[in-house]
Design a protein around this ligand. Sequence first.
Ligand SMILES: [Zn+2]
Length: 250
Amino acid sequence: MPEGDSLHRAARKLQVLVGERVAVETPHPRAAAEGVAERLDGRRLVGVEAMGKNLLLRFEGGLVLRSHLRMSGRWQVRERGKAAHGTPWLVLAGREREAVLWNGPVLELSHGALNRARLGPDILADPPDLAAIVVNLRREARGRELGDALLDQRIVGGIGNVWKAESLWRARISPWLALGEATEEELERVLREAARLMRSSVDGKRTERAVYRKAGRPCPRCGETIRSRGQGDDNRTAYWCPGCQRAASG
Ligand SMILES: [Zn+2]
C-alpha cells in the first residue's frame, strides 16, 4: 500500500511538469467518466504536493485534482509519447515528458481550496507540526490504543502500517499502549521517529525493518519473539516486541 513517503516521491517526480501546459487524456473508461480530461486539458500545472495519502495536482484557474492511490495506484514520469502496454488512468503530457497514472485510483476534481480540516497535519511536512498532532491525540478517548490512533488520518496524515510498526518499535512503545497512559514525551518520541524514518525513505534510503512482517522472529534489540495481531476497526496487523516496547504503566 502506498504510504506517505511513496506519495512524496511521486510528488517529487511530477515536479518536472510544474509550470507547463499539459495535454490531458484519460484512456481508462472509468477515469474518462469523471470528465477530468475535458476540464483540465491545456491548463498549466501550477503545483504538485503530497498531503496525507493524497497527491494534489493544482492547475491554473484554481482547479485541484486529488489522486488517492489506494492499494495499487502508481505515478510514472516518462518521455512523452513513449509507447507502453496497458491502459493508464490519466496521462498529463508536457513538452518533453509525461506523467502517467496507473491502476484504480480515486480521482476527484474540485474547484478552489480543498477541505484540509478533514486531514491531520502531514507527518512529512518540513518540519512536521508535532505539537498539533499531540493535541489531536489528546482529544481522542483515553482508552484508544496508540497504534490505532497513528493510522487515523484525521489525527496525523501520512503514516501507514509499515512506519507505524517501525516507529513504535524504535520509540520502545507498544501499539497497545492506551493514549491515556502515554506521556507527552512518548507521543512526541514516536512521532519524531515516524517523521525521521519516513523522511529518509523519501530521500531514497532503505531502512532495515525491525518488526514489520517479522512475527515469530527474534527482536533485533532484546531477542524476545516478535508478535502480530489485528488492531483497530480496520483490523490492520500490528507488529511489536513484547520484550522492549512499553505496553502499560508500572
Ligand atoms: Zn525487543
